[in-house]
Design a protein around this ligand. Structure first.
Ligand code: SAH
Ligand code: DHB
Ligand code: MG
Length: 220
């Protein structure tokens, strides 16, 4: 089936997405810089963009920048005067992303905070950062439970919280798996189950990035 998923993704891209030199260049530059090809797919990037537009987001927080591919999609959806903060631990990733964001003409709207997200998130708290309208969690999966707590901290009523890679080829079912990423994802779901401040669902996805999924939630 993987092959069909990939072909259908190609078909969707062909029908629904305009040719986009900036996004294509971003993927080329990321590859040249040796970044792993774990960005969201074009169809998923456009979904993030559309969800941010539906929300009318003025303030977006992203945890996990990589080369800025999802960042560019999200930042393009911002209302005028809006801003996006994105957190990245690896300086080479952050530098590559900055170049891509500059080329996309989004430098004024996007701030990359380099450092481990748990550190930069506490710094944002100390700075009394305003709540965000949309938060995209897509960094190291073992920390997803912590990132959910932080996301709730930086939320207000109606904030949309999205998390990537919550299915991982079905690995989420493997209760006894010692893989820290699987454990992190399962603890993330456990926390969502007990957390009364958010209503959430998960959407399974297939396509050029294989079989995976997003969590989508709204803060009460
Ligand atoms: N959102 C990106 C993909 C992010 S990949 C896109 O779709 O285009 C995950 C990123 O999280 C990697 O760049 C990795 O370096 C970063 N990361 C890993 N651990 C981190 C941490 N503790 N704090 C911040 N970023 C981290
Ligand atoms: C990985 C991380 C991601 O955000 C993703 O979309 C796919 C894979 C990873 O760390 O392997
Ligand atoms: Mg991801």
């Amino acid at each position: 089936m993987e092959q069909v998923w990939g072909k259908v993704d190609e078909y969707i891209k062909d029908k629904l997405m305009a040719k986009d030199d900036v996004l294509e260049q971003t993927l080329i530059k990321n590859k040249q810089a040796g970044l792993p090809e774990i960005d969201v797919s074009p169809a998923q990037g456009k979904l993030l963009y559309l969800l941010a537009k539906t929300k009318g987001a003025k303030r977006i927080l992203e945890i996990g920048t990589l080369g800025g591919y999802s960042t560019i999609w999200l930042a393009r959806a911002l209302e005028s005067g809006g801003e996006l903060m994105t957190l990245e631990a690896v300086s080479h990733h952050a530098e590559t992303a900055q170049q891509n964001i500059d080329r996309a003409g989004l430098a004024e709207r996007v701030t990359i905070l380099q450092g481990k997200a748990l550190d930069t998130l506490s710094q944002l708290k100390e700075q009394d950062t305003l709540p965000f309208d949309l938060i995209f969690i897509d960094a190291d999966k073992p920390n997803n439970p912590q990132y959910l707590k932080w996301a709730l901290h930086f939320s207000k009523k109606g904030t949309v919280i999205i998390a990537d890679n919550v299915v991982r080829n079905g690995a989420v079912l493997h209760a006894s798996d010692q893989d820290e990423r699987v454990k992190g994802t399962r603890e993330f779901f456990d926390l969502l189950k007990q957390e009364s401040r958010i209503e959430a669902t998960a959407i399974q996805t297939v396509g050029e990035k294989g079989y995976d999924g997003f969590v989508y939630g709204i803060v009460k």
